[in-house]
Design a binder for this molecule. Sequence first.
Ligand code: C5P
Length: 302
Amino acid sequence: MPQSVTVRVPAKVNVQLAVGAARPDGFHDLANVFLAVGLYDEVTATPAGDLRITVSGADAALVPLDATNLAARAARALAARHGREPGVHLHIAKDIPVAGGMAGGSADAAAALVACDALWGTGASRAELLEICAELGSDVPFSLVGGAALGTGRGERLAELAVGGEFHWVFAAADGGLSTPAVYAEFDRLTPAAPVPEASPALLAALRTGDAAALAASVANDLQPAALSLRPSLADTLRTGEEAGALAALVSGSGPTTAFLAKDAAAATAIAATLNASGTCRTARVALSPAPGAGVVGQRGA
Ligand code: C5P
């Protein structure tokens, strides 16, 4: 058994989030175009008597350490399937904004699965890992896969997408999180008759060709009006980024993180500097996409 396994996992932005009407199970059918971005959490698994979670990083205090932690649930789910005790210490080095609409909790769950599988030698197949991911949450399978993918169903059924180049982003974190169920509930209130969600052919073509201007012209987030309704100050952040030269400005997923697509690295740096000086966000950072999914980056003592 290794003494420790470290897994790195990316954040995501939804370049298209088309949301349909609420289903009988309370979830919404989606056409969800995920793009993994180079902001990463790292999860290190080491053997322990029972399941323990620790977290470091600026947002560490915001992460629950109890049984509701998605990484803890991931470890428990893998252990249960393989008839073993979930004895593991998971340390999460947190860099993805917490409750920010960038799938940080989902990322930690996918990373914990990969780390525990390697630590315990459970040898789960990719298909089994994806199945556990889908049980844990709608965004978790994408955190495992990375790159870019179209998620349908509640977002968990993935078809990987080709990406023909790099995209330069700026992400502005806001003070405090937004509750995903609350944002979906506000969507339902604002959208009495949501059409059946469909992926945009123009957007998929822009990803395929790596064309930032074409991608900017087709990004769309159906949850954005709901997030702005619950957090009107985000409009100032979006406007500030647009005025600083962003090709596109949008709320990331259910928010409140906002995402700005830049034409190149220099433009991204300038937009981040303007946002950081503006007082309209907590902190703004540049990131590149696409980024690889959850993968082992360190292992001690095989
Ligand atoms: O799947 P996950 O646990 O991430 O979903 C969190 C919440 O977001 C759900 O309880 C639901 O309120 C909402 N949701 C939804 N439709 C989806 C995905 C999430 O309504 N497709």
